[in-house]
Structure formats: C-alpha cells, structure tokens
Write a protein that binds this ligand. Sequence first.
Ligand SMILES: Nc1ncnc2c1ncn2[C@@H]1O[C@H](COP(=O)(O)OP(=O)(O)O)[C@@H](O)[C@H]1O
Ligand SMILES: [Mg+2]
Length: 370
Amino acid sequence: MTTTEPKYDHLVTKKQVIVTCGTGGVGKTTIAASTAIAAAKAGRRAVVITIDPAKRLADTLGIDQLGNTPTIIEGPWPGTLGAMMLNSKATFDHVVEQHATTQDQLEQILNNRFYINVSSELPGTQDYMATEKLYQLHTCGQWDLVVVDTPPTRDALAFLEAPKVLTRLLNNTIYKMLVSPRPLVLRTVSRAAGLVVRRLSRVVGAEVVDDAIEFFQTFQGMEEGFKQRSAAALTLLTSEDSAFVLVASPRSDTIAEARYFLSRLDEASLTVAGVVVNRVLAALSASAADAADISRHLQDTPLAAAAQALTDHVKAAAGDDNRIEQLMVYAPNATLIKIPLMATDVHDLTKLSHLAELLTSNSPEETTDT
Ligand SMILES: Nc1ncnc2c1ncn2[C@@H]1O[C@H](COP(=O)(O)OP(=O)(O)O)[C@@H](O)[C@H]1O
Ligand SMILES: [Mg+2]
C-alpha cells in the first residue's frame, strides 16, 4: 500500500511544532504528553506545554502551577523529555519585561489593575500566552519539538486568532485615541469614541476605564515588539514545520464538534496532519452476524446476558467505525490514529509510554496484512 499521507511517526520525528486541538475532555492533554514521549523515544529533545492537566498527570510529569519553565522527566528513552504547565500570567509578565523600555514602565504596567485582570483572567489570554510560550521554547534552541496542548474551546482558530486580537486592538482608532495624552483626548475625542468611553464607564465603572487608559498610555512604545512577536509566532504555526493534530472521541456529540473544528481549520487554509480518535471501543474478532448467532444459541441459558453484552459491544464498535469514517471525509489527507479506551485512566509514565507506542505504530498504512 503506497500513500503520501504523513504517518504519525513522521510528524513526531520531523516536525518542530505539534499543536493538539479538540474540545475538552477528549484526551487532548494525554495525547499531547504521549506525543512528546514518542518524540523522546525517537531520540529527539521534546517538550510538552500542557494546559490544566489532571492533577495525577501533572504529578506524573513533575509539574506544578508555579513553574513556568519545563521540568525534565527521566525515562527509558534516548532523547529528552520536558514538560510544563502553562502559567499565562507569568508568561505575560515575561513578555512585558522583554519589551519594556524602562524599569518605570515595567513596574507601572505590572502593577496596573487593568493589566493584572487581562493577564490572568481574560479567556483569550491563555490562547495568546500558549502561542507566546511555544514561540519562546521553539526559538531558545533547547528543543527539537514543542508539543502544545491548546486550551479547551469550541473554536479551533481561537488559538491562532488570539495574537491577532492584540494587533487589531493596537491598530484600533479608539485605542489610539485613548493613549493620546488626556487633555488632547478630551479636545479631539470623536463623538462616537466618547460615547463608547462613557458607556463603558457606566457598565464596568469609571475606575476600570481609567485603569485601562493608564495601561494603554504606559504601554506605548511596546506595541511594535508585541506585534512583531505575534506575527513571528503566527508564521511559525502556519509553516511546514508545524502540524495540527485533532483529538476527538467516537461519541456522536464530539464527532460533530470535531467536524466543526475541521471546517474552521479548512476555512483558514490550515491542514490537519493527524486525527487521533481516542477511547475507541476495542475491536473484537466477532462480527455482528457472529454475535447474533451466539445470542440465538445462548438464549434462555445463564449466558444470555453475556451474549447480549457481546452483541451490544459489536454494535457500538460498528457505530464508532461509522462515525470515524464520516469524520475523516472532512480530513481526507490526515493520518487517522485510533487509540482504544483503556481500562483505567492514563496517568503514569508506563501508560503514557504505551500510548506513545500506539500513536506511532498504529498508522493505518502499517496494519496491512502480510
Ligand atoms: N484512551 C484512554 N483510555 C482511558 N482513559 C483515558 C484515555 N485517554 C485519556 N483518558 C483519561 O481521560 C481523562 C481526560 O483526559 P485529558 O487528556 O485530561 O483530556 P482533555 O485534555 O481533552 O480534557 C484523564 O483522566 C485521562 O487519564
Ligand atoms: Mg486538557
């Protein structure tokens, strides 16, 4: 069987950035961690940036909320494995530090209440800081591959859009007006902009608006650096060096979400290199006809319930297959990897390592009969 499809091990050995996306709860963080392990097994220096990992996974990976730099995880692999949990606020502070022109400017921004809110609470900030962190790790020279687990969101593009939001804001007329010295603002403020400020003040309170104005005034001079960095991160993410992996489960609601993700990525001309369908029911050697046969034979015997369970499983597995096939219509060029539903959660290194093996050995091209 010849194919030009990029197999998962190709992604793991050749790409410099892998972004796992998908709705929450499907196993995105687990797949991101296993992907980095697969790369370490292939001898690469791989680091995974996780977002909100389950407590036990965070413990396994030796990461906690406080650290904002990778921890090295020792294991039986020739490469290097690093893991970290994204801390948006610390990452944002670091970017501000890098771009601030004076110590005064730096301190004023870090202590500004508007900045404190934006850097820690705004939903888009986590997306934006994930791209920032990924760009830092990519350019620092210590890693061959950066795997990024994206924040849970309904929109696949939120992650790519976040840096653009800032650029758009910085180019906005109202923003420009707000940052001009106050007396001038009062004189030249356009009626529309004045209305916006007054409305905002009524809704969020005048102090909040004052904090914001003070922040943007202090921020002046740093815009260029921020814009350039966002643009560079975006260029990296849309280049050949980066790959998007969609994680989904075979349940019909998550398949529908996954389809939406794929259509959004397609609209942005981004291709998905891999689709990982996680928690697939184990395939049994029994066909639907076999199961029905067995059920008939065992009818009215003490084994009737077991036979029924077999029939149900075969039916559910066929349903999974059907839905996965429908999903792949939307990603015809992506490698499909099916990861079985494990008996227990995947929280220790042995299980993650097993998952890494499954990811790289489970490409459909390799399962042809010999
Ligand atoms: N194939 C699997 N079989 C069994 N449990 C799994 C599997 N994949 C993930 N899990 C478990 O499901 C839970 C959610 O996984 P996680 O990776 O945190 O999801 P997400 O990041 O998408 O919210 C975790 O407890 C994880 O150990
Ligand atoms: Mg997660």
